[in-house]
Design a protein around this ligand. Sequence first.
Ligand code: ADP
Ligand code: MG
Length: 677
Amino acid sequence: MNIYDDIAYVKGVGPKMAEKLNKCGIYSILDLLLYFPRDYDIIKVGSNLETFNENDKVILECRVKSIKPDIRTKTNKIISTVIFQSDEDIVRGQWFNQPYAKNSFRINETYIITGKINKFNKEYKISNPKILKNITNDTNKILAKYSLKDNLSNNFLNKIISEVLAHVKIIENLPRHIIDKYKFMSLDDALKNIHNPKNRSDLDEARRRLKFQELFTYSMKILMLKNSNTNSTGIPFKISPELKELKAKLPFELTDAQNRVIREILIDEKKPIVMNRLVQGDVGSGKTIVSLITLFNIIKNGYQGALMAPTEILAKQHYLEAVKLFDEFDIKVGLLTGSITAKNKKILKENVKDGEIDLLIGTHAIIEDDVEFKKLGMIVTDEQHRFGVNQRNKLSSKGNNVDVLVMSATPIPRTLTLYMYGDLEVSIIDKLPPGRQKIDTYYLDKKEKNRAYNFALKQIEEGRQIYIVCPLVEENEDLKLSSVENLYNEIKKDYFKNIEVAILHGKMPNKEKNDIMEEFKKGNIKVLISTTVIEVGVNVPNASVMIIENAERFGLSQLHQLRGRVGRGKYKSYCILLPEIKSETTKKRMETMKNSNDGFFIAEEDLRIRGGGEVFGYKQSGENGLLLADLVEDFKIFSFANREAKEIMNNNSEESLRIKNEIAEKLEKSSKYICFN
Ligand code: ADP
Ligand code: MG
């Protein structure tokens, strides 16, 4: 059995199953092995609860001690409670707005229940527990749960993965000295344990090993790119005399930081070497104008430019700014997004191809294969903070030797910048334009949310507008996050009866999103409730309050970004965080937000407070091609992986050469960073 063999060769996989697996992106045996579980169920029947961690999903055998009367909260939620006894421990089972759930229980009867466990004031609590009817006699303590499509079952995936793991021999590919130094388990064991963990600590070890593997390869790729970047010939642009005129026409004076960064970029443009530069700057530091000025220069050299934004809303905003700025300079700007009609798209693409358009602004659509430029000189991507090294690579392959500028509004700690963007030169806009006000930030426990909403109401009465952000609803209902819709109903009823409130979320059709945003900009919508789609770059100067529900669920840098949506005009602005404060860590993190407005400082603090601790949460990273590791969360592993990768790149021992060749070869074949055999 070879890992590049088609999945159909695996025993137990018929043509029908193969088709289903294909739909999950699983074609080869390698794909199957890299289809890591989305989450795990920790199975433990009625025993010592001390061994569980917060939010572990448990299965408990327990006896009903008492059933409490329902409670109605101020916000009209019904809380039902059943008190269970599990061995020595008392466990409080609670349901929200499911008053019938408790009817399934009888006092003194024993049940097997499942749910996520939490400890709160020395008491164990399971929210929305469910009764398990028939518990299997599984010897496994931890069961992998995969993302399932098309009636695939966990059992089936488990079976075929075990089948494969029993038959393929995974060859170790890290040098012995690295394995010894970090006390890693073998690659073979790691793969076995991530799919079929023996116990919790083996699972943690497997994840540590595989994350290292991934970040090591990622680092190698960055270092290889850096090597090829520094040598590839680029277009030597001249400095256009019209730059002075353009600068004179700006409605404001550029800050020193902006001028310095523009200078750094222009020097890159002049050099006969391809530019690969990252511009980092806090929200509102004025990155757009920096990119437009430097794009202007290459356009005046007779080349085309491209500016890519992550959302349509932002693309349009940039487009309008560019049109205004270049008004008198004979530059044609085009806007390409998903919502333009097919006919207009076709015309636009033709105009790009024949060089009619000088600057193309848009979403990801602008780097798709069917967009051809006549003479592309430079690509800028805006706000792509987790834009992976693979996508960066794709950008530069768009034209011949084009200059690439990546802009990020997510300040990250300096050390992390080196690991994440080691293939790029870095410029930092470290000062905000003058006259910006500090955004007053407060945090209240969720229970006091009515204070926040009453305050918002007052601001609306004074003519301002409000953003409310709540985290995405996850599949996992146990987390009982406030979903956008629930929140809408709740606040509409309780606070904003006669006020225009709208919802914005990622799953909406683009057209609808744009319309709502447009109405909000015009001031016809007063309150905008959204998931984090507004995170990036949106500019509504009249908005003065940002309320963030379940603030504990966001990274600090993300909170900082969100906060940057207000305070964009002349009005005093506020950010109110509504976390569920369960731990000291949450409190510390909220304190940091309250006390600082400096994105770089906040990012450092975030890493320090969290300590890069292992999080037993399993989000699908995806976007940057990483399956397990997260560039920020796993920064400690990243730093070790980076160090070892550098060491190997810089020496030519037989083993280093083998690894370099092997990785280069594997990266050609697969876009994933965990590679073997
Ligand atoms: P970001 O870096 O977050 O992308 P923007 O480029 O959107 O920031 O700029 C935020 C706002 O600040 C815009 O309205 C822009 O016109 C304005 N701006 C940019 N540079 C300056 C400056 N030097 N002085 C005053 N206002 C500026
Ligand atoms: Mg921006």
